[in-house]
Ligand binder design. Structure first.
Ligand SMILES: Cc1ncc(C[n+]2csc(CCOP(=O)(O)OP(=O)(O)O)c2C)c(N)n1
Ligand code: SF4
Ligand SMILES: [Mg+2]
Length: 305
C-alpha cells in the first residue's frame, strides 16, 4: 500500500450505516452494496460475520442493524450460520416462536473469507442444504489488514503483497462457478452502482430456500487507490467493460441479466485505479493490457445470448 493511499485514508470523512458511529472509508463500494441489500432484506435478519471491513460496523454492544449480529472466526461463518439456523428451527418446532417471528440467516463476509479461508465450511454448508444467504462483498483483497492479495485479486493488480513491476501474478478465482457446481438454490453477482438489478436479485434470493450466494463487486477507494468520488463510475465501468458480468444461476441455468453489447475497452476501467497505474506509467505495458482485454473477450465469446 502506497503512502498516498494511507494519507488519503487518514483524511477521509466517515460515512455511517443507519446512524452507526463506526467510521468506514468514504466511497466504500461494499458499504454501498450492503445498504442496498439491507433495504431489501429488512430487519428480520441475523447477520453472521467473519472478520473484515464490515466487522467494524458492529462494536459490542452496538450495531447499526435492526436485526442481530454474530461474529465468527474467519473460516467459520457458514458453520456459525448452521448453529443459528438450527437454533431457530428448534424454537419453531417447539412453537416458542411463530413462523412470523422466524429470521433469515445471512452470512456476510469479504472475499478473503468467501473465496479462500471459509470455502471449506461453505462447501459443507451447501452440501447440507443449509437454508441461508451468503453475501460476499468483494473488494478483491484483504482490505481490513491493508489490501494484501486474496484469491479474488485480479491478474496484474498491485496489492500490499504483490508490489512487483507486473502486480499480482495469479488470477481471480471463479467463486460463482464454484458455488454453481454445488447446485445450490441461487447464485448471483451484483454491484451497488446498479441498484435495480441488485434489488431484484435480493428479492429473488429472499423468496427461495436453501443455500444462496450474492457476490457484490465492491469498489474500494482505499485498497484500489482512487478518489472516493469515483466509486459509482468505477462500478459502472466494471459492468460496461465486461469485467464484472451481472448474472444469476437459478434452476440449474446461468442467465446474464445485463449484457454490455458495445463493451468499452477494459483499460477505461483500469486507468482510473492506482492499483493498475504500472500498466500505463512510466510506459504502457501493452502485453499485459492486451492479456487483460483478451481475458474479458474470451469470457464474453462463450456467453450464449
Ligand atoms: C484466521 C485469520 N487470519 C487472519 C485474520 C486477520 N484478518 C482480519 S480481517 C482480514 C482481512 C479479511 O479480508 P476479506 O475477507 O476480503 O474482508 P475485507 O477486509 O476485505 O473486508 C484478515 C486477514 C483473521 N482475523 N483470522
Ligand atoms: S478498505 Fe475498502 S472495503 Fe474496507 S471500508 Fe475502506 S473502502 Fe470499504
Ligand atoms: Mg476483501
Amino acid at each position: 500500500m502506497s503512502d498516498t493511499v494511507f494519507k488519503r485514508m487518514k483524511d477521509l470523512p466517515s460515512t455511517h450505516l443507519l446512524g452507526s458511529g463506526t467510521p468506514m472509508c468514504a466511497g466504500c463500494g461494499g458499504l454501498d452494496a450492503l445498504q442496498e441489500i439491507y433495504d431489501v432484506l429488512g430487519s428480520r435478519t441475523v447477520f453472521v460475520n467473519a472478520a473484515g471491513c464490515m466487522t467494524l460496523l458492529s462494536v459490542y454492544p452496538f450495531t447499526p442493524f435492526r436485526g442481530s449480529w454474530l461474529y465468527t472466526a474467519m473460516a467459520s461463518a457458514p458453520a456459525g450460520a448452521q448453529g443459528v439456523r438450527d437454533g431457530l428451527d428448534i424454537l419453531l418446532e417447539q412453537k416458542r416462536i411463530t413462523a412470523g417471528e422466524n429470521l433469515d440467516v445471512v452470512v456476510l463476509t469479504g472475499d478473503g473469507a468467501a473465496y479462500g479461508m471459509g470455502l471449506s465450511a461453505t462447501s459443507g454448508a451447501i452440501e447440507r442444504n443449509l437454508d441461508f444467504i451468503y453475501i460476499c462483498y468483494d473488494n478483491e483483497g484483504y482490505g481490513n489488514t491493508g489490501q494484501q492479495f486474496s484469491a479474488a485479486t485480479p491478474h496484474a493488480a498491485r496489492t500490499a503483497t504483490s508490489r512487483g513491476p507486473h502486480g499480482f501474478g495469479g488470477y481471480k478465482k471463479d467463486l460463482f462457478a464454484i458455488w454453481a457446481a454445488h447446485k445450490p438454490a441461487y447464485v448471483a453477482t451484483v454491484i451497488g452502482s446498479d441498484p435495480l438489478d441488485l434489488a431484484r436479485k435480493i428479492e429473488t434470493a429472499k423468496q427461495l430456500k436453501g443455500p444462496r450466494l450474492i457476490i457484490a463487486l465492491a469498489p474500494c477507494p482505499t485498497g484500489w487507490d482512487y478518489d472516493p468520488r469515483e466509486s459509482i463510475d468505477i462500478g459502472k465501468l466494471a459492468v460496461k467493460t465486461g469485467v464484472w458480468p451481472l448474472k444469476e444461476y437459478i434452476d440449474g441455468k446461468v442467465v446474464h441479466t445485463k449484457i454490455p453489447r458495445q463493451r468499452l475497452p477494459v483499460e477505461q476501467y483500469l486507468e482510473k485505479q492506482g492499483r493498475f497505474a504500472h500498466l500505463f506509467t512510466p510506459e504502457r505495458d501493452d502485453t499485459l493490457l492486451q492479456e487483460l482485454q483478451a481475458q474479458v473477450d474470451r469470457y464474453w465469446a462463450d456467453v450464449k445470448v
